[in-house]
Design a protein around this ligand. Structure first.
Ligand code: NAP
Length: 376
């Protein structure tokens, strides 16, 4: 139609063929040509060629295809400190991010490019591929109890990033429908320690229950792929093993960080490297909530034992120090019999707080009521 009206006013000599872009050439419908005896008027006209071949950008087409095939729709439950931290990296990997939290984070989520939902019903109706739990350890069970699982697709993948592992594993097995896949993970780093990069940092995971179907295996691999691509050190181990190791390392680290923070560690003009390490430790741990620390203690059955071991180690070191002090004291006692005042001054100075060591009446040295050296 477009062609026929346009060509009526053109001379036949000038239009044996109308050539379209590139290789397309069309013969003109001759019966419609104008009478050559009449003066020909050439109205201005334009060919709007809707079927011309457009330049085809294979590169961006392939890129989009790749992104679509590797991207996941991930719903984060608990959009606090750690949930936000993770979402920034997930977005860089072109995943679609949705979030739910008890607090309204709509503005912040919008800035990041995350769709925020104040109601888990609405969120679950978006049928995410992965639901990632990043709530405080303490609130996990309460939250799981009220989630509308029936709104999700039948075999959704549930992932958690809690800093303890046996606890969420058991909760998932208890509350999730049997068709759901379960992946328990612990990225062993946080917004402070992984500010610059995730490269080389440990990522622990346990594929607790992943269905055999190819799409379920692939979905799990795609999720793990985010951490692999970021260069994390991928460590596959059982939740039970994780908790055993983490109590001895992570819980002790957090405890020492908190003790030193309470102690009031301050930078000085003559910081040594060792002291800088301690300052960094305080810096790394003080940003974490007390809920997180309490969760490490409360929901890892190995934590109490580690706390007691720490306590005993501290006492033992004090005893070693005071044992040495008594030897100095004894030497002075026998070498300088008359110098009672001098001895008292020395003891007070070394103890700092002015308290005195009980005299060895029963041949046993004591400090604060405890026997610390019976070799006198
Ligand atoms: P957190 O204090 O352990 O958890 C804060 C999150 O829990 C927030 O999203 C908060 O929601 C939610 N929450 C707290 N109480 C709740 C309740 N009663 N009901 C519903 N939601 C509640 O701090 P976090 O650092 O963000 O850690 C989140 C999870 O990641 C924890 O399980 C932690 O063990 C794990 N993790 C943290 C790190 C880290 O470096 N921070 C590293 C690895 C793993 P609102 O903000 O909406 O109140």
């Amino acid at each position: 139609m477009l062609l026929s009206s346009a060509t009526r006013s053109l001379s036949p000599q000038s239009l044996p063929f109308l050539s379209f872009s590139h290789s397309i050439s069309l013969p003109l419908p001759l019966p419609l040509l104008p009478n050559p005896c009449r003066p020909t008027r050439f109205p201005s006209f334009q060919i709007s060629c809707i079927d011309a071949a457009q330049p085809f950008d294979y590169e961006s087409h392939l890129k989009n295809h790749y992104i679509q095939s590797t991207s996941l729709k991930i719903a984060i439950l608990g959009f606090g400190n750690f949930g936000q931290f993770l979402s920034k990296t997930f977005l860089r990997h072109h995943h679609t991010l949705l979030a739910y939290s008890r607090t309204n984070y709509t503005d912040l989520a919008n800035q990041l490019g995350v769709s925020f939902y104040s109601d888990p019903n609405d969120l679950f109706e978006q049928h995410p591929d992965v639901v990632l739990l990043s709530t405080s350890i303490l609130s996990t069970e309460t939250l799981l109890q009220k989630l509308p699982f029936q709104r999700l697709r039948r075999n959704t993948l549930f992932v958690d990033v809690l800093s303890v592992k046996e606890f969420p594993r058991n909760l998932f097995l208890k509350y999730l429908p049997p068709d759901f896949d379960i992946l328990c993970t612990h990225p062993m780093f946080g917004p402070e320690s992984a500010k610059a990069s995730w490269a080389g940092l440990p990522f622990v995971y346990d594929k607790v229950r992943i269905g055999d179907e190819e799409n379920r295996v692939t979905r799990c691999d795609k999720f793990l792929g985010i951490f692999e691509k970021e260069g994390c050190r991928m460590v596959e181990m059982s939740c039970m093993e994780h908790d055993k190791y983490a109590a001895g390392s992570q819980f002790v680290t957090h405890t020492m960080g908190r003790v030193l923070e309470k102690f009031g560690l301050e930078s000085s003009p003559i910081n040594t490297k060792g002291y800088e390490t301690l300052l960094n430790l305080v810096e790394n741990t003080k940003g974490d909530s007390f809920d997180l620390y309490y969760g490490l203690f409360m929901y890892n059955q190995n934590a109490l034992e580690q706390l007691e071991r720490l306590d005993m180690a501290f006492e033992s070191i004090k005893k070693d120090l005071f044992g040495r002090l008594h030897e100095v004291y004894r030497k002075q006692l026998f070498e300088d019999n008359g110098g009672v005042d001098k001895k008292m001054n020395l003891t007070q100075k070394l103890l700092g707080n002015g308290s005195l060591i009980e005299p060895p009446l029963d041949n046993q040295w004591k400090y604060e009521g405890q026997i610390i050296n019976s070799r006198m």
